[in-house]
Design a protein around this ligand. Sequence first.
Ligand code: ARG
Length: 246
Amino acid sequence: ALTLASTAPAFADPVLDDIKSSGELKVCFDSGYMPFEMTAKNGQYIGFDIDLGKQMARAMDVDFVPVNTAWDGIIPTLLTGKCHIIMGGMTITPQRNTQVNFADPYVIIGQSILLSPSLKDKVTSYRDLNDQGYNVATKLGTTGEQAIKRYLPKASVNLYETQSEAVLEVANGKVDAFIYDLPYNAIYNAENKGQLVHLSEPFTYEPLGWAVAQGNHDTLNFLNSYLRQIKGDGTYDRIYDKWFND
Ligand code: ARG
């Protein structure tokens, strides 16, 4: 006779096991990336990823533990087990996908341009910026850097640790344009009306996904099922509207 139930293993993958046994969901992100993760005046982390992470922890009946991590160290931090998952607006790229596993995309974005107002008649698309005479800025280690190398190979590149330093260089007239994820640029532009010109037509295609260390298929299955559920039951739309539509 078959005794399937009694012989089924009671363990999942190491990440899912650790979340359950520790009672904590440790989430890596890099604060300062609007509207996904920001640090409020009181020191609390807020944003789209933070709300999704809190909601997910609640669904798993564990505590949400934020792990704020510099962007260039975020994959190593995940891979050394200091967090269970990256929820950081990370673009699913083939290079990253050789190091981590991604859940299905939770948003699709693209790169856009915040331009010095002095160039508004000369530059109307990324193509016009691909010229030796221009220098452009973005955040180190991001898909903004990749997009510049690929689409603006003639322009010179200035890379910064944080997105806010990079965009400030354009505001201060030291750099011609800031290349970055459209949602960030749209919010920056809305908060600093008239300072820069937003060329808001995205020129890359970038699905963003939550990442786990390779081999954690039970965690991935949880993430994809969870995402499908919140997309269907209104939870996702409610949180999305809170951060993207006001
Ligand atoms: N989507 C871009 C990338 O994957 C930028 C993400 C930056 N995220 C952050 N939390 N600072 O490179």
